[in-house]
Design a protein around this ligand. Structure first.
Ligand code: 5GP
Length: 267
């Protein structure tokens, strides 16, 4: 077996685990990451099993707090897809009712961008709130500056006014009031060091892990431009990739190598 450099000195960064394409997860302390993506990984901050353990605890708390309350979960696309679906598997009492909400950031930078919300894309979600005064739990992958969630919380708490101000809302006929009884946030990751002062009061009630100011990816989060979301573990990026131009080049080369391999096989 080839020997693989994990990219980290574990003595200096004891909070990180090594990544290894041949890892036998759970037994030797290193965790599996696909070989072609390995050069991106400084180390693994949260192995998959720890995330799952925490999801179980979080959902147990949510079920206790919302017993009989008929909450509507709103996972934010796309980062919260994996977190929400894995967490919902731990439900015992609530049959989680959820509607995804797209909230695309502008651009493909390694930073959080301002958010775009299109009410026409969430008409099913609106129908589920119709005249029912339901509590809403927004499910997010990570809270960084807090700008994205601040905007979403603002829209949901003032939803009736927002609907009225969008007469062009396609395919949606207003049949009453849509305001939730409460809006709260459940996030897998929280980076409080990055929070903007204006967002200090966000209702971040359920937090999987509080993490330092690091760029993380995997377990649903993309490293850049939708790439590498499907790695099982939450990884920290190596410093040299923090420039998106380098990442674009890296993925171009990965694609080329893959194409070459496929052509060779066909020959
Ligand atoms: P905020 O609006 O709180 O600054 O940023 C929220 C969004 O920025 C997240 O939903 C996520 O898309 C992105 N983001 C912030 N920090 C990270 C990070 O460390 N890694 C990745 N992959 N995305 C992040």
């Amino acid at each position: 077996m080839a020997s693989y450099k994990s990219g980290i000195d574990l003595r200096k960064e004891p909070h990180l685990h090594a990544a290894n394409p041949y890892a036998n997860d759970y037994t030797d302390g290193s965790f599996k990451v696909r070989e072609d993506l390995l050069p991106l990984v400084r180390g693994i901050l949260l192995p998959n099993y720890r995330i799952l353990e925490r999801e179980k605890e979080l959902f147990a708390r949510i079920e206790r707090d919302y017993r009989g309350a008929d909450p509507l979960f709103i996972p934010i696309l796309k980062g919260a897809v994996r977190f929400s679906q894995d967490m919902f598997r731990f439900s015992k009492e609530i049959d989680p009712d959820y509607e995804f909400m797209p909230a695309s950031s502008y651009g493909t930078r390694l930073e959080s961008g301002s958010v775009r919300l299109n009410l026409a894309e969430i008409t099913r979600l609106l129908e589920k709130l119709e005249n029912r005064k339901r509590p809403v739990i927004i499910v997010e992958d990570i809270v960084d500056t807090g700008n994205t969630l601040s905007h979403i919380v603002d829209v949901l708490t003032r939803i009736d006014d927002v609907i009225d101000s969008q007469p062009e809302l396609k395919g949606f006929r207003r049949k009453g009031r849509y305001e939730p009884s409460s809006v709260t946030i459940c996030t897998m990751l929280n980076k409080p060091a990055r929070r903007k002062d204006a967002n200090k009061d966000l209702p971040v009630e359920y937090v999987g892990f509080t993490i330092p100011d690091l760029w993380v990816f995997g377990y649903g989060l993309d490293v850049w431009d939708d790439k590498s979301r499907t790695i099982d573990h939450l990884c920290v990026i190596k410093d040299e990739w923090k420039d998106p131009a380098n990442l674009a080049e890296f993925f171009r080369e990965v694609d080329e190598r893959r194409k070459k391999k496929t052509t060779k096989k066909q020959d």
